[in-house]
Design a protein around this ligand. Sequence first.
Ligand SMILES: [Fe+2]
Ligand SMILES: [Fe+2]
Length: 166
Amino acid sequence: MPRTETHVTAGILSPAQADKRAEILTLLERAYWMEMETVMSYVANAAGLDGIRAEEVAESLSADVDEELGHARKFADRIKELYGTPPGSRGFSAEQDSLQPPEDATDVVTVIRGVIEAEAGAIEHYNRIIEACDGVDWATQDMVIDILRDEEGHLRQFERYLREFE
Ligand SMILES: [Fe+2]
Ligand SMILES: [Fe+2]
């Protein structure tokens, strides 16, 4: 935790909230990496998918890339605002086993399932952040609620795709 020269006595930037700030920074860092890995996975799968049946799913993934990158940017900005440092790439370790592009490029269902798993993981983590912020960090909470809504939209969209493809 870097030493901070703060000028406020209320809210998450106040010295009294240093421990809480450290806790939230850890959660935000994890959220940042989740978004960055999602960007990588969606770029690869959008490009990799093949076939008429896969076209709409690939296009939708492509559009989501921009949204997920926007989320990553928001998390990085918020880390900075909380006196943290956005992490460098050496801190990254991959976790999205289910989003490795399938060997069969027409295997849309595997990709859809991978997306659902990633979105569900994000939803779970963002709910945790929202709860951790309650009462002490309204601005992070507000930001993450917006992002949560995007992820819930993504999850529902891919649940609908899954129904269609199964
Ligand atoms: Fe996201
Ligand atoms: Fe998402």
